[in-house]
Design a protein around this ligand. Structure first.
Ligand code: S3P
Length: 442
C-alpha cells in the first residue's frame, strides 16, 4: 500500500516516460521471427515485456539484454531464428499479466510444427480468448481452451497448414488483428482483417519495416482493413522505441488537475491510433502543444501541457465515444479522473471493451471514483461522470490493474486528505519507476 497526499504546489519540469509497451512487445516478437539481428533501444523493461522475452527464449530464440555503459539505457539484441526457426518449448509458456503476449503469440504458435500450451496469471485466465480462437480456427489452426471456458490456458496442436482469411472483427482490437496477421505470415493466400475502427497499427508499421507486404486501408463500408500478402521474409533491423503515450497520459492528467502546473513530456509516440487523449483533452480546453515532432517510422513529439480549466460543450456535456474509443482505450481510467475534477458532465460510451481489460475498468473506475466522493454511474458501455464535486482521499482498490493504480495516484494529487492505493506494485506491469517519477515532481 502507498499513501499519497494532495499536490502541495504546481508540478513543473521535464518528464521522460519509459518505452512504449505495445511497440516493445512487437520488437521482440518480430525480431525473433526475422533473419539476422534486431537491436532495440528504449525497450520497456516492465513485467509484461519481460514475459515476452521469456516466452521467446523458451522457443529457442537467443536474446541479449544488457545496459549501455555510456548512458545506462537498456539494449536488447534479438538474434532472430527466421519465420521457421522456433523450437518446441519444454513446458507451458507463461505470459504473466500480458494480454498482448498471450494473443499475439497464439497467432504465431498456431502456425508452428510443434504442440504447446500457453497461459498467464489469474487475470489472463479470465480474459476472453474466443476472439482469437475463432479466426485462428477458420484459418485451419487447432487451438482450444483447455478448461472449455474460452479462456487461457490454451492448447495448440501444431503441424497444421494455415490459409489466409478475410475476417470481420466485431471489436476494434489490435491484439485480435495482430494475432490473425501473424498467423497470416505463415498462411497460403492473403489475410485481411476488417475492424469497425482502426485500432493501434504498430504491427502493420513494424512488420512492413521488417520487410512484410502489409498495409492499412479504409474499406468502402468505412471499416478499417489491414491487408497482408505473405511470402516475404522478415529481416532484422534497429528499433528505437518511443516513450509510451499511455504512460505519458498520467503526467498529462497530473498537469491538468493541479492548478499552475506545466510539464514537458519528452519523446512520446504520437501515432494517431494512440493519441486520442490529446485530441479529447484539447476539445475540453486543455492547453497542450506538440514540439519537436519527428516522423521516423513511428511519429514522436515532446508534449507540453499547461494546467487549464476544462469545459464541456455548449450544454455542459462532453461525450467520448465511437471511433475515438480505440485511440484512447487504455487512457479511459485517467481521463475519467480528470473529468471528475471538471465542472461539467462527461459521458463515455461505446467502450464495453473496458470490461475485459486487466480489471473490469468500468466497475473499478466507478467504484474508486465514488469512494473519492465523485458523482458517477456505470453504464453498459462506459460511464457518466458528473464532475465538479471536490475529491476526497480514500482507500483505492487497484484490483492489481496497473493503469488503475496510476490513475488514482493522479486523482490523489487533486484530493483532500490521504489516498491509499492498495497493491500498488502492479505498476511494474507497464511502468516500474512510476511512483519515483511522480514523486520527483512533487
Ligand atoms: C494492445 C492493444 C489493446 C490495448 C492493450 C495493448 C496491443 O488491447 O488495450 O493494452 O499492444 O496490441 P485490445 O487489442 O484488446 O483492444
Amino acid at each position: 500500500m502507498i499513501s499519497l497526499l494532495k499536490a502541495p504546489h504546481p508540478l513543473k519540469g521535464n518528464v521522460y516516460v519509459p518505452g512504449d509497451k505495445s511497440i516493445s512487445h512487437r520488437s521482440i516478437m518480430f525480431g525473433a521471427l526475422a533473419k539476422g539481428t534486431t537491436e532495440i533501444t528504449g525497450f520497456l523493461e516492465s513485467a509484461d515485456c519481460l514475459s515476452t522475452i521469456d516466452c521467446f527464449r523458451r522457443l529457442g530464440v537467443h536474446i541479449d539484454h544488457t545496459i549501455r555503459p555510456t548512458n545506462g539505457v537498456p539494449k536488447i539484441t534479438v538474434h532472430g531464428n527466421g519465420l521457421h526457426g522456433l523450437t518446441a518449448p519444454s513446458r507451458t509458456l507463461f505470459t504473466g499479466n500480458s494480454g498482448t503476449t498471450t494473443r499475439l503469440m497464439s497467432g504465431i504458435l498456431a502456425a508452428q510444427p510443434f504442440d504447446c500450451n500457453i497461459t498467464g496469471d489469474s487475470s489472463i485466465e479470465k480474459r476472453p480468448m474466443k476472439r482469437i480462437i475463432e479466426p485462428l480456427t477458420q484459418m485451419g489452426a487447432d487451438i482450444s481452451s483447455i478448461m472449455g471456458n474460452d479462456c487461457a490456458p490454451l492448447h495448440i496442436n501444431g503441424g497444421k497448414k494455415l490459409h489466409g482469411i478475410n475476417y470481420r472483427s466485431k471489436v476494434a482490437s489490435a491484439q485480435v488483428k495482430s494475432c490473425i496477421l501473424l498467423a497470416g505470415l505463415y498462411s497460403e493466400g492473403d489475410t485481411v482483417v476488417y475492424e469497425p475502427a482502426l485500432s493501434r497499427n504498430h504491427s502493420e508499421i513494424m512488420l512492413s519495416a521488417f520487410g512484410a507486404d502489409i498495409h492499412n486501408e479504409i474499406a468502402r463500408d468505412g471499416s478499417a482493413a489491414a491487408i497482408l500478402h505473405p511470402g516475404t521474409e522478415l529481416r532484422g533491423m534497429n528499433i528505437n522505441v518511443p516513450g509510451d503515450i499511455s504512460s505519458a497520459a498520467f503526467f498529462i492528467a497530473a498537469a491538468l488537475v493541479v492548478p499552475g502546473s506545466e510539464l514537458v513530456i519528452k519523446n512520446v509516440g504520437i501515432n494517431e491510433t494512440r493519441a486520442g487523449i490529446i485530441t479529447i483533452f484539447k476539445q475540453m480546453g486543455a492547453d497542450i502543444t506538440l514540439e519537436n515532432i519527428k516522423k521516423d517510422g513511428e511519429p514522436t513529439a515532446d508534449i507540453v501541457v499547461k494546467y487549464s480549466e476544462l469545459h464541456g460543450n455548449q450544454n455542459g456535456i462532453f461525450e467520448i465515444g465511437g471511433k475515438d474509443i480505440p485511440t484512447l482505450i487504455d487512457e479511459i481510467p485517467v481521463i475519467a479522473v480528470v473529468a471528475a475534477t471538471g465542472d461539467f458532465e462527461t459521458i463515455i460510451k461505446d467502450a464495453g471493451e473496458l470490461k475485459v481489460k486487466e480489471s473490469n475498468r468500468i466497475d473499478s473506475v466507478v467504484e474508486n471514483l465514488k469512494a473519492m466522493g465523485c458523482d458517477i454511474e456505470a453504464t453498459d458501455d462506459g460511464m457518466v461522470i458528473h464532475g465538479g464535486k471536490p475529491l476526497q482521499g480514500a482507500d483505492i482498490n487497484s484490483y492489481n490493474d496497473h493503469r488503475l493504480a496510476m490513475s488514482f495516484a493522479i486523482a490523489s494529487l487533486a484530493a483532500n486528505g490521504t489516498t491509499r492505493i492498495l497493491d500498488e506494485s502492479c505498476v511494474n506491469i507497464s511502468y516500474p519507476t512510476f511512483f519515483n517519477d511522480l514523486q520527483s515532481l512533487i
